[in-house]
Design a binder for this molecule. Structure first.
Ligand SMILES: NC(=O)c1ccc[n+]([C@@H]2O[C@H](COP(=O)([O-])OP(=O)(O)OC[C@H]3O[C@@H](n4cnc5c(N)ncnc54)[C@H](O)[C@@H]3O)[C@@H](O)[C@H]2O)c1
Ligand SMILES: O=P(O)(O)OC[C@H](O)CO
Length: 355
């Protein structure tokens, strides 16, 4: 492998795209960032600052921003796509004429496409047919990365070249990149945790304590694992950074946009007001709807996702939902050891004996 600087393109001018562009440049890469807004691109080039999404942080001055896709993509070896899920496919289609098969394409987006319940790396695959495709996901709040807080992420791909090139491009003294070959599991973990971050934000705004948050996160992990098994993914992946790691940070930090939407809801705002006040994308709002529908379709027990859906879209008061969840059917702690069915059968046996 040559020691020439890696040529990295980032598609997306939001907070995560900007933070990633700066990491790759700090790491010696030759970085071009594509933004649809030419004025914001000009500001990044002039002031090395993204006034819209990361106003308080210095961007590595060697990052070149542009609203011209061709300029950004043509020479790139690694392309990081940091575009919200609702615009992801459109932007990849715009990029397609300048993408080529020896490039490495990586999604950084934690969302799901409604049509076909598809994750973003699948869209990269469908739109290009390339083989060097991966995802990065993990506990990665963009503003903390911009502050160079010590952070770790996961690059996941079944292609070893993709994994090693991303580790080389982004791994540095404040950003550590672990490898995984479970692309689907890593990507699914990143999308699912946003649901529970909204619930955690609601709980915090309602004055619920640390016991509650801990219960919520742990039961969220159980529910995520159940969904992963249903989808044919490996639930072991959720023990890593892209599962429990991201769940912890997103359910604990007001820097998370999903948590903030939940917090606003818990303070009594409507969903529309909460989303509008945020002014950025909280992927979990859409994800909870898609996951809840999928869980119903496949008969997967996901009481938290179901409950949050009812709070967000059916007007059930959050406190009332919390009460119903607390009084729900008896269940098992670790279902890989003791199944829910065994717990319920035991209850039925005792009840029959007492009749
Ligand atoms: N911000 C974080 O801390 C963080 C961390 C890890 C992963 N992510 C994921 O990365 C993805 C992007 O996040 P972000 O924080 O950069 O988002 P953001 O909301 O800050 O910015 C999104 C960017 O996409 C652009 N965009 C939106 N629609 C577009 C369209 N139709 N055409 C062209 N550009 C369009 C916006 O202009 C903006 O530049 C999200 O899915 C998120 O889950 C975010
Ligand atoms: O701001 P959020 O809620 O989109 O979360 C950001 C990252 O996914 C945290 O890892």
């Amino acid at each position: 492998m040559s020691d020439d600087p890696m040529r990295v393109a980032v598609l997306g001018g939001g907070s995560f795209g900007t933070a990633l562009a700066s990491i790759a440049a700090d790491n010696g890469g030759e970085v071009c960032q594509w933004l649809r807004d030419p004025e914001l691109a000009a500001q990044i080039n002039r002031e090395h600052r993204n006034g819209r999404y990361l106003p308080d942080y210095a961007i590595n001055p060697t990052v070149k921003a542009s609203s011209n896709m061709q300029d950004v993509l043509e020479r790139a070896e690694l392309v990081l796509v940091a575009i919200p899920s609702n615009a992801f496919r459109d932007v990849v289609r715009q990029a397609r004429p300048w993408l080529h098969a020896d490039q490495i394409l990586v999604s950084t987006t934690k969302g799901i496409q409604e049509d076909g319940f598809k994750l973003m790396s699948r869209i990269l695959e469908e739109e290009t047919g390339f083989i060097h495709i991966g995802v990065i996901s993990g506990p990665n709040l963009a503003t903390e990365i911009a502050q160079k807080q010590l952070t770790a992420t996961v690059v996941a791909s079944d292609d070893p070249l993709t994994r090693t090139r991303v580790q080389k491009a982004l791994g540095c003294d404040y950003f550590r990149v672990y490898a995984s070959n479970d692309r689907y599991g890593v990507e699914l973990g990143g999308a699912l945790k946003n649901i529970y971050a909204i619930a955690a934000g609601i709980a915090a705004a309602l004055g619920m304590g640390e016991n509650t948050r801990s219960m919520l996160m742990t039961r969220a992990l159980a529910e995520m694992g159940r969904f992963a098994v249903d989808q044919g993914a490996n639930p072991m992946t959720f023990l890593g950074l892209a599962g429990v790691g991201d769940l912890i940070v997103t359910c604990s930090s007001p820097l998370s946009r999903n948590y903030r939407v939940g917090h606003a809801l818990g303070q009594g705002k409507s969903l529309d007001e909460a989303v509008e006040a945020l002014g950025q994308v909280a992927e979990g709002v859409n994800t909870v709807r898609l996951v809840r529908d999928k869980a119903r379709e496949d008969n997967v027990y996901m009481p938290l996702a179901e409950g949050l859906y009812q709070v967000l879209f059916e007007g059930v008061p959050a406190r009332e939902m919390a009460r119903m969840l607390m009084l729900g059917e008896q269940s098992s702690d670790v279902e890989f050891l003791l199944s829910r069915e065994d717990v319920q059968q035991a209850h039925r046996r005792v009840e029959t004996r007492n009749e």
